[in-house]
Every structure is written in structure tokens, then in C-alpha cells.
Design a protein around this ligand. Structure first.
Ligand code: GLN
Length: 303
């Protein structure tokens, strides 16, 4: 199978979609992204790398970071994590507040904002250096120095009224231990992690490798934890579009409003795609199409 060739065919086939969709505009720093950009990268466990288009351009990984913080919290807390949040899809947008009231401040799952905010709270309860530790963790996975985009983090904190409401609401239900501003600071910094597609695909190879960092053999998650985390990606990773994504792509994935999506083929490879034009669910329009084309053309999926 010529993956290089497949990537360039995908690039051609998605070109009618790039430039379409809406770039995230809730903060000025994201609204200036060019919707015409498209990049895709593949890293395999056997050490091969493939990329196409704007795969070297950096973007903020946004909600994709939820998988990284969840990995840290799951490895530290084990199944106690599930006392603070559930594992069911929401069928609602990523920043929806509506279920939280019915469910008394316990988020449905760790991959929507409410759940990720509780995960951030858990990480800062464990150490005074949670942000530094997160960056160190990401650097080790990426194999190079990764940084926060401080401008994006600052701007999100200024405009993020809904996330602030969510943290306060969960605090009212005793599901947040730390001060609201501290939790938001952690969360917005993780969202502002900047990477390109090649770095992103490399960073997520530990999931393809069932929880072991292939770079140094370090165990991040047990095989069972890695299975559970990817199951959550499959059922909740694209919010209220998770069913459609599973149907079209057939892989565990995670999206972010920066326009990135990662997807994992367990035991084989990780894929990262980026195109900032989003659909109504806040997921990359061309990104989903590219992943659908990839699994259709290669026959590689978990099914
Ligand atoms: N920073 C964004 C937010 O919290 C991340 C959301 C996303 O990528 N879906 O609203």
C-alpha cells in the first residue's frame, strides 16, 4: 500500500471542501486562521512517516488536549476517576451545560468541556506543577519541545464565559476542588498547546501502541486503560457528531476547534489532519472527509 500516494490523492479529493465551513471565531486569535489550509500526517509503529499539504503548519490543538490530560489523570487515579465523571456520550455540543444540571454537576464523559475541566481540576490537586508536568509529558511523547500559545490561552480566559459558568456550577456541586480561575488557567493552557500535524501524529502514537510510548518504552497507560480511552474517543471524541464520525471513519478520534483531528489505528499507526474550516458541530469539515477517504481507500479501520 502506497501511503504517500494515498495521501496526495486525499489532498486532491478534499480540495473542494477546504475553504468551506466556518473558522472558530469565539476569540480573535482563532478567527484569523486561513480556512483554505489542509495538512495530514501519518506516523506508523514501524517508524514510517508520511505527510501532505500544510502538515508542517502549527495550530492550537484545543480539545484534542483532552485526551492527553485524561491519559495523565487516568494513569494517576485509575478507576477512581469515574467517581467524578461518566463514560456515556452526550449527544450535545462540547460546551453544553444542560445535562449538568440534571446530573448534579457530574459530567457525562471526560471528552466534553465539563469533563475535561474536572480532569484539569484533578491534575492541579495532585501537584503545584500541573502545567509544567503536562508540557513535560507532551514533550516526551512528541520527542521535541512543544509550547503553549500564551496569546490564545489569555484570550480564551478573557472570553470564556460558558466554561467559567460550567466550573462554577460544578463547584456548587462539590465536583471542583480548586479555585475557578486556577482550573480555567490549566484548561486554557492545555487547549493552547501548539503543534503541527506531524508532531500531533507522533504524540499520539502511544495509543496505537496500546499505552506504551514507542520512543522510550515508557508505560503511560495499561493495555486495558488504553482500550478504555480509545473506546471513549470512538463514542465521545467528536461530541454530538461522534456517531457520524464512527459511521464514516470507523476509528477512535478526537477533534479540536482549531481544526485538528487525531485518529488511531490500534497496533498500527496514528493519523493527524488539520483544516480550520469547521462544520456546525465544531469539527473540521475537510478533516473528517480526509479520514473517511483514508479508511475507505486503505480498508484500515477497527472494523
Ligand atoms: N478552547 C475550546 C473551548 O473550551 C476548546 C473546545 C474544542 O476544541 N471543542 O471552548
Amino acid at each position: 500500500m502506497n501511503l504517500e500516494q494515498i495521501l496526495s490523492t486525499i489532498r486532491e479529493e478534499v480540495s473542494p471542501l477546504t475553504g468551506q465551513g466556518r473558522v472558530a471565531d469565539y476569540i480573535p486569535e482563532l478567527s484569523s486562521q486561513d480556512p483554505g489550509k489542509f495538512g495530514m500526517a501519518i506516523e506508523t509503529l514501524s517508524g514510517e512517516s508520511y505527510s501532505v499539504g500544510d502538515a508542517g503548519d502549527k495550530f492550537t490543538i484545543q480539545s484534542i488536549s483532552k485526551v492527553l490530560t485524561l491519559s495523565l489523570a487516568f494513569s494517576q487515579l485509575g478507576d477512581k476517576l469515574w467517581n467524578r465523571m461518566g463514560v456515556e456520550p452526550t449527544g450535545n455540543p462540547f460546551n453544553s451545560l444542560v445535562q449538568l444540571e440534571y446530573e448534579k454537576g457530574k459530567p457525562r464523559n471526560p471528552l466534553v468541556n465539563a469533563g475535561a475541566l474536572v480532569v484539569s481540576d484533578i491534575l492541579i490537586s495532585r501537584t503545584a506543577y500541573a502545567l509544567k508536568d503536562l508540557l513535560q509529558f507532551v514533550n516526551e511523547l512528541a520527542g521535541e519541545e512543544i509550547v503553549f500559545n500564551q496569546e490564545v490561552a489569555r484570550s480564551e480566559k478573557e472570553w470564556g464565559y460558558i466554561n467559567r459558568a460550567m466550573v462554577n456550577f460544578m463547584k456548587g456541586h462539590d465536583n471542583i476542588e480548586n479555585p475557578t480561575e486556577q482550573v480555567l488557567d490549566m484548561y486554557y493552557h492545555q487547549c493552547s498547546i501548539e503543534m503541527n500535524c506531524v508532531q500531533l501524529a507522533r504524540t499520539f502514537l502511544y495509543l496505537a501502541n496500546h499505552g506504551i510510548n514507542p520512543r522510550n518504552g515508557e508505560k503511560i497507560l495499561s493495555r486495558s486503560q488504553s482500550k478504555r480511552l480509545m473506546s471513549l474517543m470512538l463514542t465521545c471524541g467528536l461530541y454530538d457528531e461522534a456517531g457520524e464520525f464512527a459511521f464514516r471513519v470507523g476509528l477512535p478520534g478526537k477533534s479540536g476547534v482549531g481544526g485538528g483531528i487525531v485518529a488511531i489505528i490500534p497496533g498500527k499507526m496514528s493519523l493527524a489532519v488539520w483544516s480550520p474550516g469547521l462544520n456546525d458541530h465544531g469539527n473540521s469539515l475537510a478533516g473528517i472527509m480526509a479520514l473517511e477517504l483514508f479508511t475507505t481507500k486503505t480498508g484500515l479501520s477497527i472494523f
